[in-house]
Design a protein around this ligand. Structure first.
Ligand SMILES: [Zn+2]
Ligand SMILES: [Zn+2]
Length: 204
């Protein structure tokens, strides 16, 4: 069984500051892992589709998800869908089963309007400078939340996952000379060029 507390130190080191949203991600990810009955992703066994976007409060949630699931941007097994929702789908690519986990609507609303941490953030205080007397009890509270009090966990469902083969070859851009993975090379006027060089050619 996955337990958020077991991942807190790793999550904090990775994330960089104490806040309630990262541990919320740890908790939500553990719920998804336990629902699917899977192990942390060593390679691309799992795929995570996060419905969050950029620059939204509680976006730190996703670092908690990455910490527990092993779905990382380096391995390309996490994608943001930019819906602006505190929700995600975790897919087991082997069994082609998935689960969607979301924060309960009222819980999201309560966090945004009543959390003393968010109140400090609204004043423009960086997360690492919020008084630990505010942050620490909130983290403790999050780590002890009961899943049914803040999470909606879908039944496990079938997910038709299509595997994309890895690209192992690169070739040189005829303009800047840098190595580019071949699927990203563009062909213009008999030259093979990288995207920035092709943009410069297009601007001329
Ligand atoms: Zn954070
Ligand atoms: Zn180039």
């Amino acid at each position: 069984m996955f337990e958020a507390k077991d991942f807190f130190d790793l999550g904090l080191k990775f994330h960089g500051h104490k806040c309630p949203a990262m541990p919320l991600g740890l908790k939500a990810a553990c719920a998804a892992m336990n629902a699917l009955g899977v192990e942390r992703s060593k390679d691309k066994e799992l795929m995570l589709l996060a419905e969050t976007a950029d620059n939204h409060a509680m976006g730190c949630f996703v670092d908690g998800l990455m910490t527990v699931t092993g779905c990382t941007y380096g391995k390309s097994n996490i994608k943001k869908l930019y819906y602006g929702k505190m929700a995600f789908t975790l897919i087991d690519t082997k069994s082609k089963k998935a689960v969607r986990v979301s924060l309960k609507p009222k819980f999201v609303d309560k966090m945004l309007t009543e959390s003393p941490f968010i109140a400090e953030r609204k004043k423009g205080i960086p997360p690492q400078d919020v008084d630990p007397k505010i942050t620490d009890p909130l983290i403790e509270k999050v780590l002890n939340l009961k899943e049914e009090d803040f999470l909606d966990i879908s039944p496990v469902f079938d997910y038709d996952f299509k595997k994309i083969p890895g690209v192992m070859e690169a070739d040189f851009c005829d303009v800047c000379g840098e190595a580019v993975y071949i699927d990203k090379l563009k062909f213009i006027d008999g030259k093979q060029v990288c995207i920035p060089c092709s943009d410069k050619i297009a601007q001329k």
